[in-house]
Design a protein around this ligand. Structure first.
Ligand SMILES: NC(=O)c1ccc[n+]([C@@H]2O[C@H](COP(=O)([O-])OP(=O)(O)OC[C@H]3O[C@@H](n4cnc5c(N)ncnc54)[C@H](OP(=O)(O)O)[C@@H]3O)[C@@H](O)[C@H]2O)c1
Length: 282
């Protein structure tokens, strides 16, 4: 596509944001769908956030992805907030509808789409174990609850944060004490690593997020880390013939939801995945 006077602008706002894969993923989507839109990154310090949101309205920017550290603070600057973003207190996508700015959160539902795509799993009626209680874990816990998982068990280094996150799970939430871990893991249909343990820059300083020997063939695991594409935990699980997927699909499917919110069209997810993989591997 050629950029011209009719090109619609969207982007991602965060700080830092230059490392973001989103411009690569969304521009690949616009090219594949032959839509005259372009997506860029706006590195914005916290003290400029309100001005930046005013700028969306002033310039007619069609929408923004929102990443750290702005996901929580941006909520109070918008006109409307979706139920999920309201419950999570975090927005990752803004839609500009003729000056009315609505905040959404597509992370948790993006995860559910990813696990359906990668493993054919519908989480309804399933027992799920989440390791971690940060932003990504919270959005997944919320969506698992809405999707009627049978049990949402949570382990976290800091117990209070786990208890906080469990408030998003509804009545099926359960905090896992240390001595309960082996039994809860063995009964889980799906185990999710929502911690950074295993990322390239933590290698050597930490071990696995959860002892791989606790899982067996027939179980399913997802590591939300997408860089590297395969983590030491994923490798160890594969050695035990546990089905395991990385975090790239969640990244793609949350972006696909933003694409749909902005353009009204289904996103070309395979073109988006290919562009992301090319960027990570080169
Ligand atoms: N695939 C995707 O689309 C996607 C999207 C978002 C995030 N992610 C990935 O998911 C991971 C978590 O991201 P986030 O945004 O949720 O981060 P976050 O908000 O900072 O939360 C990090 C969580 O990991 C725990 N943790 C951190 N270091 C740990 C360690 N050394 N040992 C045990 N637990 C540790 C923290 O525990 P405490 O509560 O004790 O601090 C917290 O629960 C990152 O690797 C990120 O790259 C992937």
């Amino acid at each position: 596509m050629r950029i011209n006077g009719s090109t619609v602008l969207v982007g991602v706002i965060g700080n830092p944001v230059k490392h973001s894969l989103s411009p690569v993923i969304l521009n690949a989507a616009f090219r594949e769908a032959k839509i005259n839109w372009v997506y860029t990154a706006f590195e914005t310090p916290e003290e400029k956030l309100a001005d930046a949101i005013g700028g969306i309205r002033a310039l007619g920017i069609a929408g923004l992805s929102v990443t750290m550290p702005h996901k929580a603070r941006v909520c109070s600057l918008l006109d409307e907030i979706s139920d999920s973003a309201q419950s999570l207190g975090a927005v990752n996508c803004i839609v500009n509808d003729a000056g009315n700015l609505k905040g959404h959160n597509t992370d948790g539902d993006g995860f559910l789409d990813a696990v359906k795509h990668d493993a054919g799993l519908d989480v309804a009626g399933k027992k799920v174990l989440v390791i971690g209680s940060g932003g990504s874990a919270r959005s997944i816990i919320y969506s698992l609850g809405k999707a009627e998982a049978r049990e949402i068990a949570v382990i976290n280094r800091t117990k209070n944060k786990a208890l906080d996150a469990l408030e998003l799970a509804g009545s099926v939430g359960r905090h896992v004490e240390e001595n309960e871990i082996p039994k809860v893991v063995s009964e889980a249909d799906l185990v999710i690593n929502a911690t950074p343990v295993g990322m390239s820059d933590t290698e050597g300083t930490s071990s696995f997020p959860l002892e791989p020997n606790l899982l067996t063939k027939g179980q399913l695991a997802v590591d939300l880390i997408y860089h590297p594409i395969s983590t030491p935990w994923m490798e160890a699980l594969r050695d035990r013939e546990v089905e395991v997927h990385g975090g790239l699909s969640m990244l793609i499917f949350q972006a696909a939801k933003a694409f749909k919110l902005w353009t009204g069209k289904d996103a070309p997810v395979e073109a988006m995945r290919k562009a992301a993989l090319d960027e990570i591997e080169n």
